[in-house]
Design a protein around this ligand. Structure first.
Ligand SMILES: Cc1ncc(COP(=O)(O)O)c(C=O)c1O
Length: 451
């Protein structure tokens, strides 16, 4: 019998993260200062991030050591298992071998602590005593709340108001770890006051919550800002996922033909995928497929252009696929995939044809998640369900072609706090949204003028 669960021992856990920057076939276009529109240097980012993270953002070192204190906390839930989805394979009647890397075993229930712990650590090293951040449905906010508590740092989370009201459990988790949680837009910041004056019932968005968290951090000497995705250093920290998977496949005597991961800002997809992009660039035959919602089709329908990272235009301008920073996403349940842009690293790889992308509506995504739950047992997060759907579709293609491919799915988190979404699906109340072309065109007219 082939193994079902491929485990690593603690001593086999990676001791360095993989930095793809020196291996990219084309260097990234530089981020620009939102005021001057000139390339930014480390000093421009210093009000927001500690120097340790800024240096990682631009580092050309291929491997960056994981500090011992971070490794020790990682060990409370890492190495995470690689699991062969034998019952799903049987249910689908596919010759494909399906594996999933399960990041939902972390205390916060997703991959997000991999970078939250590292970011809290590097902030603490430089004497920062308070962080601010944004969160959508609460996965990122809860991961950072846990990490900040473990590192003894205060945290204020600006949580998108619609989620704050509809999803109290993630807020309660954050508060249990000692974080302050504020519904965004809020009267706490100038950005929030302005938005509330114009639209008092504004349900909020990730772009608005980022603007508030940035304004709060810039206004205080003891405070810095933390972002849960998109940035190079966040993808760097997440590579611990892919580095473990490589060792696990070696143990299993197998190798993935195709990797599927959902993409919100791109950190988990980069985390599992970048060590394999390196191998692909060295000649390995492997496909990497980013999966996104049709309601927020950043890679599949966005434009590759310079845009602001947030709604108010306070965050750096970066070159990425974007739906425009004024984009207001439809209220799909995969809150973590409703961001107008994507990581510049992922966008550059997509632009060069090194990775692929597909988009799905939420009803077929939940149908796949229910099949997965009923065969493998795990009820995945709505974000994760996008990758599950793509993996199942590939396995069905294999059934039709008779090809015995090895499929790897990044199982980024569990959905134990997302029962309202599953309930809506069961009751036939989930709506599919395809983002209208004219709205994309309109949002793209607001791109910043650069160069
Ligand atoms: C469980 C889960 N998976 C994936 C994502 C998408 O984020 P990223 O693309 O940065 O991995 C999120 C974001 O909140 C998430 O909560």
């Amino acid at each position: 019998m082939e193994a079902t669960k491929i485990l690593l021992e603690e001593k086999e856990m990676p001791t360095s993260w993989y930095n793809i920057l020196p291996d990219l076939p084309k260097p990234l276009d530089p981020p620009l200062n939102p005021m001057t529109k000139k390339p930014i240097g480390p000093e421009d980012l210093a009000p927001l991030f500690p120097m340790g993270l800024i240096m990682q953002e631009v580092s050309q070192e291929r491997f960056i050591e994981i500090p011992e204190e971070v490794q020790e906390i990682y060990k409370t839930y890492r190495p995470t298992p690689l699991i062969r989805a034998k019952r799903l394979e049987k249910h689908l009647g596919t010759p494909a071998r399906i594996y999933y890397k399960y990041e939902g075993v972390s205390p916060a229930g997703s991959h997000k602590p991999n970078t939250a712990i590292a970011q809290a650590y590097f902030n603490k090293q430089e004497g920062v005593t308070r962080l601010t951040t944004e969160t959508g449905a609460g996965q990122w906010g809860s991961a950072l709340a846990m990490a900040c508590r473990l590192m003894g740092i205060e945290l204020t989370v600006y949580m998108v108001k619609a989620s704050y009201e509809q999803k109290p459990y993630r807020r309660i988790m954050m508060e249990t770890w000692g974080a302050e949680v504020i519904p965004s837009p809020s009267p706490r910041t100038k950005v929030g006051q302005k938005i509330l004056a114009e639209t008092p019932e504004n349900p909020g968005s990730l772009g608005i919550a980022i603007s508030e968290a940035v304004e709060d951090a810039v206004g205080r000497d003891d405070t810095k800002y933390s972002l849960g995705s998109v940035l190079n250093h966040v993808l760097l920290h997440q590579t611990v996922i892919g580095l473990e998977v490589q060792k696990q496949f070696e143990k299993a005597g197998d190798y993935p033909d195709v990797i599927f991961g959902c993409v919100g800002g791109g950190s988990s997809f980069g985390g599992i995928g970048l060590p394999y992009v390196k191998e692909k660039l060295e000649g390995k035959d492997i496909r990497l497929v980013a999966v996104e919602p049709k309601a927020c089709p950043t890679l599949t329908r966005g434009k590759y252009a310079y845009d602001f990272g947030d709604t108010a235009g306070m965050a750096p301008i970066v070159k990425m696929y974007t739906l425009g920073h004024t984009f207001v996403p439809a209220p799909i349940h995969a809150g973590g995939l409703r961001y107008h842009g994507d990581s510049p690293i992922i966008c550059s790889l997509y632009d060069q044809g090194i990775i692929e992308a597909v988009a799905y509506n939420q009803n077929p995504v939940f149908e796949a998640a229910v099949s997965f739950a009923q065969t493998e047992g795990i009820i995945v997060a709505p974000e994760t369900a996008h990758a599950v759907k793509a993996g199942i579709d590939e396995a069905i293609k294999c059934r039709e072609s008779g090809e015995a491919q090895t499929i790897l799915i990044n199982l980024t988190g569990h959905g134990n706090f997302d029962m309202a979404a599953y309930d809506a699906y069961h009751q036939g109340k989930l709506e599919d949204f395809e983002y209208p072309e004219e709205k994309i065109e309109e949002a793209l007219t607001h791109l910043p003028k650069v160069g």
